[in-house]
Design a protein around this ligand. Sequence first.
Ligand code: PLZ
Length: 423
Amino acid sequence: MTSSEELHKRRGAAVARGVGSTISSYVDHAGGGTITDVEGRQWIDFAAGIAVANVGNSAPRVVEAVKAQVERFTHTCFMVAPYESYVAVCEQLNALTPGSFEKRSALFNSGAEAVENAVKIARHATGRPAVVVFDHAYHGRTNLTMALTAKNMPYKHRFGPFAGEVYRVPMSYPLRDGGLDGATAAARSIEMIEKQVGAENVAALLIEPIQGEGGFVVPAEGFLPALREWATAAGVVFVADEIQTGFCRTGQWFACDHEDVVPDLITLAKGIAGGLPLAAVTGRAELMDAVHVGGLGGTYGGNPIACAAALASIETMRELDLACAAQRIETVMAARLRTIAERDPRIAEVRGRGAMLAVELVQPGTLTPDPAAAAVVSAACHAAGLLTLTCGTYGNVLRFLPPLVISDDELARGLDILDAAFR
Ligand code: PLZ
């Protein structure tokens, strides 16, 4: 077999430099909570392909469903010759997402594409131009979603000019806003929207209920409900970007469920299809159906293989009760992270929900971000066989996103490696 070193050389000559990788080893196979490289070295997986492999890599039901679908047909394009699995995925999403009202869904390929379409739908339905987003937000790498994303490096740097009519307001970030309560933090954002944009110009308010790339920022309790209430009164479409938080990741089907927040539209991707590229916008029928026939679509959106994988993934989540599994992971992992935090003054906060937990690293005794410490601990984890990711506006957050099917033993070994890496 070709060695990782050799592959790395070939990659340098073939793959654009702009596409980076966390580790320099090349994967041979993966399953459960372990990734094995071409040399046979193993990593415990605390990344799940960035919150995608919630049901694990090569989950049995997904494998079977994909095989069966490939043999039947790979692609006809739903806009040309439709098929049942697309409809069935939409039915599942309409039933699973928050809100008991009539819903519709549309399927796409990537998270960014789902977000773009949510904005299209909200603008079309309201006839208003503006989109409100938050500090530390991440929504994608396409032109509109770069504009919606907060962080310059590496996402936006020299890639402008960006799409217009995007307005950014403060996020509730308890560690860094003096612990402002949710209602007060929401009032601060709302005042800014009303004074600087004007509620009647706002089509959509777009928010990650727990921010992902931005640092696993969990807003103070009451922040999301207050924004939800304001949006209803102002006729603004409340869009929850649950691309990273969705599908049992946070210990509920969706992160909005923790505070009973019901979005008008929800964007979904990542965990939806066990690793196959699929994304969706789901929401109120009257908004979704406002768009004229032919106004939404794309060649591959709701590809039949991805739809088969999605149906199998959703079935797996139900059958194995992966929301409950995420809660169990939280119990074990959070306790361990708190123990590490107690002895390590670089950890300013342990936060997150379910199997979406993180630690934010600072210079001891201050709130000054310490991205170098995050990089050092990460590198120590990688060297010792644990795949972790960093995130955050300041690059100083270590985040943990294991597959929800990770075994107790893998989880314990992963946490041992992390513990040693901090030492
Ligand atoms: N919205 C909340 O988390 C993707 C990005 C990794 P795509 N996050 C991982 C990277 O560096 O590109 C994400 C997200 C939220 C939207 C997206 C975009 O989803 O499927 O990557 O387009």
